[in-house]
Ligand binder design. Structure first.
Ligand SMILES: *[C@@H]1O[C@H](CO)[C@@H](O)[C@H](O)[C@H]1NC(C)=O
Ligand SMILES: [Zn+2]
Length: 408
C-alpha cells in the first residue's frame, strides 16, 4: 500500500460553517461538521474555471515570456510574473522549466496530459490563502531551479533527479488548507486521524500529488516500477518540508559536511541533497530582496493571524505566532529567521559556497536588520513602554516556530 492517492479537492475549506463548530462541543459532531463540507469543498472554494490561458493579452504574454528569460535570477519577481500570466504563474513557470531542461522530450511526456496535470495542480492550491497558494508553489519552484543550477548539483544530478525536484517543488503544498497541523489535530480534522497526527499536511500534499499523477496518467507510459519510484521519491521530498522535523535533517546535513562524505555519485546522497534544496527553497523568503521578502512576510503573517482569529472566535487555544495581539510581522519574522532560516542556510552555504549563497545570506542579514529597525523591542533595545520589559525580549522558542509551521 503506502501510496494511496487522495481524491482531489478532498479538503474542507475553512469556509466551513463555523457556527456549527462553535455550538457543538462534542467531538463526533466537530468531526462531522468538517466532513459534511468535504464533498462541497471545491465549490465552496470557488475554484473557478481556470483563468483562461488563451485569452492572455499578447502584450502581457510577451512580457511574461521576456521574464522567463531570466527565470534563473534570484531577483525574479514571481508576483509580477503571476499578474502577467493572469494568475497562471505555476503552470507557465513549471512548464517552461520542464521544457528548458529537456525533460518533456527525454521522458516523452504527453503535452496534453502534462498541461492538464499542471492546470489541476495549480487549481488545487487555494487562491484565497494569503500565503499557501499557487504563487508560493511557483516561487518555491523558481528557487529550486536556482539551486539545481548550482555547480555541485548541476554536475551530479540526473534528469530524473531534476524532474523530481521540480515536481516536488510545484506540488509540495498542494491543497493546503491555510491552517497548520496543530489546528487540524485540535479540531479533530479527518486528515489528522488519517495520518495519525504526523506530518499531516505534508502527507496530504504528497498523496494529493500522487492522486493527480494517477488521474492524468502523466507517467502511465513508463514502467510501473518507475512511476512507483517517482511517487515514492516525491513523497520523501515533500515530507522533508515538515518544519517540525528540521533538526533531524539539519543534523544529518551537518554530520555529512563535517565528515565531508557526501558523494553525489550515490543516488541516496543526491536524494538527500535534493531534500535539503527543497527545504531551502521552501523557506527562502527571508533570503530574497527586501521588496519581495517583505510581501511574503506580510502574507504569511496574515495567514497565521487568520488562524488565530478563528481560534479566538471558537474559544480554541490560540496557536503560537497566530495571535495578532501578541505578535507583529516583525517579531514573527525575526524569530523565524533566527531559529529556522539562519541555521538551515548556514549549512547550505557550507555545502554550496557560491555567489548565490552569499547573495542569499546578504539579503537575510539586511532583511533581519530591516525588521529589527521596525521592531526595536524584539531586538532587545526596548524603551520602557506599554510592553513589559521581560516579555519584550523574550525569545520565541524554536518549538513555537515549528508549531507555527511557517511556510512548510
Ligand atoms: C492525535 O492527537 C489527538 C489530540 O492530542 C488525540 O486525541 C488523538 O488520539 C491522536 N491520534 C493519534 C492517532 O495518535
Ligand atoms: Zn511551502
Amino acid at each position: 500500500v503506502g501510496f494511496e492517492p487522495e481524491r482531489r479537492g478532498s479538503h474542507p475549506y475553512l469556509g466551513v460553517d463555523f457556527r456549527t463548530l462553535h455550538s457543538l462541543c462534542n467531538r463526533e459532531a466537530l468531526l462531522f461538521s468538517f466532513q459534511r463540507h468535504l464533498l462541497s469543498s471545491r465549490l465552496l472554494r470557488g475554484v473557478p474555471h481556470l483563468n483562461p490561458l488563451h485569452i492572455l493579452d499578447e502584450d502581457y504574454c510577451g512580457q511574461a515570456k521576456c521574464m522567463l528569460e531570466k527565470v534563473g535570477s534570484w531577483n525574479f519577481d514571481i508576483f509580477l510574473f503571476d499578474r502577467l500570466t493572469n494568475g497562471n504563474s505555476l503552470v507557465f513557470l513549471t512548464f517552461h522549466l520542464l521544457n528548458q531542461y529537456g525533460l518533456i522530450e527525454l521522458f516523452q511526456l504527453d503535452m496534453v496530459k502534462l498541461r492538464r496535470f499542471l492546470v489541476l495542480v495549480q487549481e488545487d492550491y487555494h487562491n484565497q490563502n494569503p500565503y499557501h497558494n499557487a504563487v508560493h508553489a511557483a516561487d518555491v519552484t523558481q528557487a529550486m531551479h536556482c539551486y539545481l543550477r548550482e555547480p555541485k548539483l548541476a554536475q551530479s544530478l540526473t534528469s530524473f533527479d531534476i524532474l523530481l525536484g521540480l515536481l516536488a517543488a510545484a506540488t509540495h503544498d498542494l491543497d493546503h488548507p491555510g491552517v497548520n497541523q496543530p489546528f487540524l489535530i485540535k479540531t479533530n480534522h479527518y486528515l489528522a486521524a488519517l495520518y495519525r497526527n504526523t506530518s499531516v499536511l505534508e502527507n496530504h500534499h504528497w498523496r494529493s500529488a500522487v492522486g493527480l499523477l494517477r488521474e492524468t496518467e502523466l507517467f502511465s507510459h513508463l514502467p510501473v516500477e518507475d512511476s512507483l519510484s517517482i511517487e515514492r521519491q516525491l513523497g520523501s521530498l515533500i515530507l522533508a518540508t515538515d518544519i517540525s522535523r528540521q533538526n533531524e535533517y539539519l543534523s544529518r546535513f551537518r554530520t555529512h559536511l563535517d565528515e565531508n562524505d557526501l558523494c553525489l555519485g550515490h543516488a541516496s546522497h543526491r536524494h538527500f541533497v535534493l531534500q535539503m534544496a527543497l527545504k531551502c527553497a521552501d523557506i527562502c523568503n527571508p533570503c530574497r530582496p527586501w521588496e519581495l521578502s517583505k510581501q511574503w512576510s506580510e502574507k504569511v503573517t496574515e495567514e497565521f493571524f487568520h488562524q488565530g482569529d478563528i481560534e479566538k472566535k471558537h474559544k480554541l487555544e490560540i496557536s503560537p505566532l497566530c495571535d495578532s495581539e501578541a505578535n507583529t510581522i516583525a517579531s514573527v519574522q525575526i524569530g523565524f529567521m533566527t531559529y529556522v532560516v539562519e541555521p538551515l542556510f548556514a549549512e547550505w552555504v557550507r555545502f554550496s559556497d557560491t555567489r548565490l549563497s552569499q547573495t542569499m545570506l546578504g539579503h537575510l542579514g539586511l532583511n533581519k536588520a530591516s525588521w529589527s529597525a521596525l521592531e526595536p523591542e524584539a531586538s532587545g533595545s526596548s524603551e520602557e513602554g506599554e510592553s513589559e520589559p521581560g516579555r519584550a525580549t523574550e525569545e520565541p522558542s524554536s518549538r513555537a516556530l515549528s508549531q507555527g509551521s511557517q511556510e512548510s
